[in-house]
Design a protein. Sequence first.
Length: 264
Amino acid sequence: MKLLLISIALGLGILFMGSLDFTPTINKEIVEAQEFLLIQNYEKSIAKYKEILKKNPGNELKVKIYYQLGEIYSTNLGKNKEAIGYFTKVKELTEDPLFLVKSEERIGEIAYSFSKDFKKSFQSYKNLSEFTPKLGNFDFYQFRMAVSAFKKGDINNSVGLFEDIQRKSSHKYFISSFYYLGLINFHRKQWNRSLVYLKEFIKRESKKDLVVQAKFLMANIYESKEELKTAYDLYYSILGKYPNTQVVQNRLKSIYSRRIARKR
């Protein structure tokens, strides 16, 4: 597999360059489609590309047009269903590693970040993680696969993937795995196990906003365990730092009232 191809940009000016010998008519229509795209006339650009497809060009050109249509529908129009349809057509039509990987990445990203279709994103990142030889973004694919498994409710698979990440201290998402294992055990109501992971995460994480989020979860756990003083102190420590200040204030008031009631 020519992995160096993976790093080639699929930009507007590069997409249709290569060994293809376009007829003068098709070459003219491709230029027109690209010009419409440059001036952000997306509907006319799409129409022009579809006109070319009706002429049944060779598979190599079809692949490039399908990919470009997928990009227009996703990036420019936010029509995710249509975009995934075109990226899927690319996968069905080619064995070129460049287009296979880029199309799978786009499907995974759209499904994960926009459609919230975590079943589909899991499968895309699984496919990418299984490329041989291993792709340069393997750590990212494995992490996204683990999060997708968690979000689609496949908890056991998610735990297994995060534990695998945790066995490799050089993994790019090694630290993040502690947070997610803490979060998973939080949802399982396995409070003590969750606390162990969250404390380990806080020891290692340098990003303050992520540490605040972990402390918020820990405070929730201590509150659930009826360890109200510890919960109160943790909530208080992130007051003004947690994105939703009102939520923290409400938790502090609630715990304060409960502690007063206990003393009566």
